[in-house]
Design a protein around this ligand. Structure first.
Ligand code: G6Q
Length: 548
């Protein structure tokens, strides 16, 4: 594998950056009235405008060369066709098979996985229909009205994000709760007020060994048994989603109540499997499948569209341009849609757990930056909080603005006020405010000459802050599916270019192991000497001063 920084396109980009050090987007827009036409893409009802970036036609063409020289098209085929591209775990990466709406088989070790995938979807349909229609009855013969998904990380963030995003499509009278934190307050606060006769628990854990999830599930089971005084109630109130079916069975969950997933689906990509069961129950299986359809269509686009017209590839390349050639250390996601309030958190995991790596596929330490810090918040909330830093701070923070054309709750002028704010922000980030404008503004405010002189520097905005705009018609299950898949493929593309494995998570596993050992020390009040002085001291202090 040729070293990334030795690729001709990488070298050409370095040179190009040097030649265009002082490029101003403001000037680019003045020089080219058609800039929007040239730098935007459309895919069904999604529009990506990337004209507000520090790029010229030449920059884009060099970035496309980089994608080509990194073998993106070949790697894409390897992923879709089930090659074991997660080489450290020796597994294929096939979340795309979960939403494969074609008749095409997908092979893992010579076996077509599609019949199993489809049969699991059918099982989800039967089960979600039974809950929604009130046919599934709890131990005392009452229908279910509260669903509690117990899971963490990849077994939580996706279902939470989608449930929130698709609230307008949820079944009235059905409430979905999510418990992820092993902090007892999370499960206790959730259980308070729930009716054990009408509550269903979905224990979502691929490994079914994650301590946080198993402990929360045990507490929920104790609560159920204590309140029902009936051990057999568990069969009517506990469902599991697991790849480790044996562990779920030994937890006491009936075999027919276990939904399957596979080791070729990564936790943070598992939303499309039965990990999405809580979503399917809430919005109904037809809508869940429409989300799969949206993702499938984006998969096809990613697989087939030329690199120049490929939304995930363009987003990935722009990210690399800032990350590696402008030293931007973070990237912010800014949805202007209340329903997308968990979207940044979801892709914080999706991106940072996938591309926060520093060892290349052939085992070398990288000497370039890989995945940036992904963060974000609802855009409009951010405007009243951290946008100050985006405009006038000292860091370069490329941004994605994610915006619906239509609100799902059209009331008065709310939506156009929201959109006015979004349009204003991307423009202001790009243009900034120069000395003449700052002075003119102060004069218009009635400032004296002396005040203008004193105050104008603090009003200066450097501008030239890059942003992508992702507009879509309205947040439907299908559009959401496409948006999620778009970001998944962006992450894939960047991982390939950075030559890392985006699909393992050794540090997550490290956390689980270290905590399990220390848990034993705390539980047995061990006199710890075997850690560093700080950890020993803190544990000792805890043991002496806590009520636990
Ligand atoms: C995701 C990560 C991680 C994982 C959780 C839960 O890709 O590996 O977030 O999803 O640690 O794991 P289980 O589903 O096995 O409980």
């Amino acid at each position: 594998m040729e070293k990334l920084t030795d690729l001709p396109a990488w070298q050409a980009l370095l040179e190009h950056k040097k030649q265009n050090e002082n490029i101003l987007m403001r000037d680019l827009f003045t020089q080219d009235k058609n800039r929007f036409e040239e730098f935007h893409l459309r895919f069904h009802d999604i529009l990506l405008d990337y004209s507000k970036n520090r790029v010229t036609r030449e920059t884009m063409s060099l970035l496309i060369d980089l994608a080509k020289q990194s073998g993106i098209k070949d790697w894409t085929e390897k992923m879709f066709s089930g090659e074991k591209i997660n080489h450290t775990e020796n597994r294929p990466v096939l979340h795309t098979a979960l939403r494969n709406r074609s008749e095409q088989p997908v092979y893992v070790n010579g076996q077509d996985v599609m019949p199993e995938v489809l049969s699991e979807l059918e099982k989800m349909r039967t089960f979600s229909d039974a809950i929604r229609s009130g046919q599934w009855l709890g131990y005392s013969g009452k229908p279910i009205i509260d669903i509690v998904n117990i899971g963490v990380g990849g077994s939580d963030l996706g279902p939470v994000m989608v449930t929130e995003a698709l609230t307008p499509y949820g079944k009235t009278g059905l409430h979905v709760h999510f418990v992820s934190n092993v902090d007892p307050s999370h499960i206790c606060n959730t259980l308070r007020g729930l009716d054990p006769e009408r509550t269903l628990f979905i224990v979502s854990s691929k490994s079914f060994t994650t301590q946080d999830t198993i402990m929360n599930a045990q507490t929920a089971r104790d609560w159920l048994i204590e309140n029902s005084r009936n051990e057999s109630a568990v069969a009517k109130h506990f469902i599991a989603v697991a790849a480790n079916v044996e562990a779920a069975t030994s937890f006491g969950i009936e075999k027919e109540n276990i939904f399957k997933m596979w080791d070729w689906v990564g936790g943070r990509y598992s939303l499309w499997s039965s990990i999405g069961l809580s979503v399917a129950i809430y919005i109904g299986m037809d809508r869940f499948e429409s989300m799969l359809q949206g993702a499938y269509e984006m998969d096809q686009h990613f697989r087939e569209a030329p690199l120049e017209e490929n939304m995930p590839v363009i987003l990935a390349l722009l990210g690399i341009w800032y990350n590696n050639f402008h030293n931007a250390e973070s990237h912010v996601l800014l949805p202007y849609d209340q329903h997308l309030h968990r979207f940044p958190a979801y892709f914080q995991q999706g991106d940072m757990e996938s591309n926060g790596k520093s060892i290349t596929r052939d085992g070398n330490l990288v000497d370039y930056a890989t995945g940036p810090i992904i963060w974000g918040e609802l855009g409009i909330t951010g405007q009243h909080a951290f946008y100050q830093n985006l405009h006038q701070g000292t860091h370069l923070v490329p941004a994605d603005f994610i915006v619906p054309l239509d609100s799902l709750n059209p009331v008065g002028d709310h939506h156009i006020v929201l959109l006015a704010n979004f349009f204003a922000q991307t423009r202001a980030l790009m243009t900034g405010k120069n000395e003449d404008e700052a002075r003119a503004e102060l004069i218009a405010e009635g400032c004296s000459e002396e005040e203008v002189e004193r105050l104008y520097p603090s009003r200066l905005m450097p501008g030239n802050k890059p942003s992508n705009t992702i507009l879509f018609k309205a947040l439907t299950p299908k559009t959401l599916g496409s948006l999620i898949a778009m970001y998944e493929h962006k992450i894939f593309t960047q991982g390939i270019i950075w030559q890392i494995n985006s699909y393992d998570q050794p540090a997550v596993e490290l956390g689980k192991k270290v905590a399990a050992t220390i848990y034993q020390d705390l539980k047995h009040h061990n006199a710890v000497e075997n850690y560093d002085a700080s950890t020993n001291g803190l544990i000792k202090y805890f043991l002496e001063n806590s009520n636990d």
